[in-house]
Every structure is written in C-alpha cells, then in structure tokens.
Write a protein that binds this ligand. Sequence first.
Ligand SMILES: Nc1ncnc2c1ncn2[C@@H]1O[C@H](COP(=O)(O)OP(=O)(O)O)[C@@H](O)[C@H]1O
Ligand SMILES: [Mg+2]
Length: 364
Amino acid sequence: MSDVKLLSTPVPPGGTIGILGGGQLGRMLAMAAARLGLKVHIYSDVADAPAFQVCDIHTVAPYEDDAALKKFTATCDAVTYEFENVPSKAASVLATIKPTNPNAKALAVAQDRFDEKSFVTSLGLKTAPFVAVNSPEDAVAAFAKIGGPAVLKTRRLGYDGKGQAKVKSADECKAAFASFKSVPSILEGFVAFGFEASIVAVRGADGQFAAYDPAENIHENHILARSIVPARLTAKQVDDTKTIAKKIAGALDYVGVLGVELFVQKDGTLLVNEIAPRVHNSGHWTIEACIVSQFENHIRAIAGWPLGSTERHSDAMMENLIGEQAADFKALAAKGGGLHLYGKSEIRAGRKMGHITYLKPRSN
Ligand SMILES: Nc1ncnc2c1ncn2[C@@H]1O[C@H](COP(=O)(O)OP(=O)(O)O)[C@@H](O)[C@H]1O
Ligand SMILES: [Mg+2]
C-alpha cells in the first residue's frame, strides 16, 4: 500500500473529518471534533444513523459503493472509522484519496481473531491458548489440543458475544463449528480470569503515545455493563497494560485511539483478548473524568494535531444503558451522573441506547 495518502500538515479548524459509520461512537467523535472547530461528514449505510444528528454533512450509501465513497472522501481532509469491520476494499478506496487512519494493517489484524492473536503473540505478549479450526476434523483435533472448557469463535464479524460457543467436549466443538456454518473459526482455551480490564490509548501521527488509566470491565450477557476506574490493578500492572498498548500501537504504525481488552488472571497475569482499532466503550468515562477524552484524542491524532492530556482527575464508573434501561429519561437525568443518550430511533433489547458516568474525587 505505497499509494496511501499521508497527512502532510494538520487539518486546521474549519477542515472536515470524514467518519465511516454513524453509531454512537461516530456521534461522540463528531461532538468531540466540533469542540475543536472541525466539521464532520458521516457516511453510514443506514438512513437514521444517530451520528447524523450532530454532523455537518452526511451520506447514506452502502460501504460497497465505490462511487459514493469517492464522493464522500473528496469532501474530507482526513478520514477515519467508528467500527472495525469496514470492508477492506472500502478502506483502500478511501486511503488512496485522503489520509485515512487507522491504517489497513490495523484493520486487517483486528478483523480476524486468528490473525489478531497470532500478531499479539508475535510481539511476545500473552493470549489464551488458541488454534485455527477450518474443518470438522480440525474441530476435534483442536479440542484435543486445547482441552476443555474452551470457546469456539468465528474468526470474523463477531461482537458482543455473537459467533461464540462454549464447548466442553470434542463433539460439542464439532457441533458448534457446524452451527457456525463451517466458517473459519478459532478455538480458545476458556480463561478462568479474575476479572476483565481494558486499556485505551492513543498514538499520534508523529508516533507520540499516551494512555488512559486501565478500566475494570463487567459484562452481562456478553455486553459491557460497567467500566470502573481505577481498576483493581497494582501500579506495576497498570504500567504493564500501557506497555502492552504501546507495543501493539507501535508495531501497527497506528494513528488514532485503540482499545485492548484484557483478561486479568487470578495470579495477576495479563492476557490480551481483543484489539479494537477505534474508540472503545470502556473508554467513555474519559469524557467526564479526563482533561481530553478518547474521542477528542482520536480526532486530534487522525487530524495530525498534538495529543491532549490523558490525565484522569476523578475516579469514574460508567454504566451502559442497554435496551429498556434507557426508557425513563427523567429518572436517569435525576441520578447525578453524566447522562448520554444516543438518539437511536427505537429501543431494542440488547441495543446500546446510552450511558451514564458517575465521578468521585480521585482516590489514587
Ligand atoms: N477465552 C475466553 N475465556 C473466557 N471468557 C472469554 C473468552 N473469550 C471470550 N470470553 C468472554 O466473552 C466476552 C466476549 O468475547 P470477545 O472475544 O471479547 O468477543 P466480542 O467482544 O467481539 O464479542 C469476553 O469479554 C469474555 O467475557
Ligand atoms: Mg470483546
């Protein structure tokens, strides 16, 4: 990809940031860009995308529509994404016209769970044990190698626990593979972790790196329910989470914010679970508790600006509002936290409708 466009000078206030994807992440990115005097053009394949409500220009078109992508890109000074499953063809169309970050390598690595874990281990970082599964025979052999319990996951397109099955025998593993319609998959050893954590970090166009404090994450029904900062980690572990993010970002020549999901084992070992090449749900607390949020820092990075401070001035707890949890806006508004509602057209079970962040004076 030698023909990708690089940013030669920072995008000045008044310039336009293009964002592929119009969900809540795109919406919060657009609001952060507005704070810096930047304009935003959102591209989404759905007509009522929440981010359309807060941007200057929007385009509704499929991600496979090269002509629409080119027209969109022509109006932008720099382009980014709010989701990792951007078709690689769309990404390469954008990147040859305008500076586009995160880069193609970061997208490719994050889109495939086998490539992702192989990349992470190649950096000397730890993950759960994993094996590729491409056939029913592989499913049986993989279970024999990994042992049970284990988790079979599709290599691509899984999110919020979709495309995953916990298996306790070779037969269950084979059946789960068949239930995934035999798409390329990966079998992972089930980690009896103490808790889950994540690190959200940012790398600038010049290689400058900064990380937020890691969050402790509680999932319910495979969806993030709460993030708490500070996490129950030692100072050494906190440093280690930042080193992990720095290694990954450096090796990908990454520009923008990335999230790294971690399992903290009972003996304190940190295992990398997933890389998100974008702003991350477990970083929403940074809007209230840090001088510069993950959203603003992502915009700064992809626009070629100096990064902002990631310093945390408060302890924070972020609660996701899923489905009906967002219904009573008056009760939520009275709760004393920072309330965010994403402007989605209808409440659906399991849908992320908003979040609330509660602050306390910083304890450490
Ligand atoms: N190998 C594993 N061992 C134990 N729990 C797991 C494992 N893989 C996933 N999980 C659980 O399932 C959740 C979702 O899995 P993840 O790989 O992060 O996929 P996604 O977030 O894309 O759905 C994790 O946050 C964790 O709670
Ligand atoms: Mg995950």
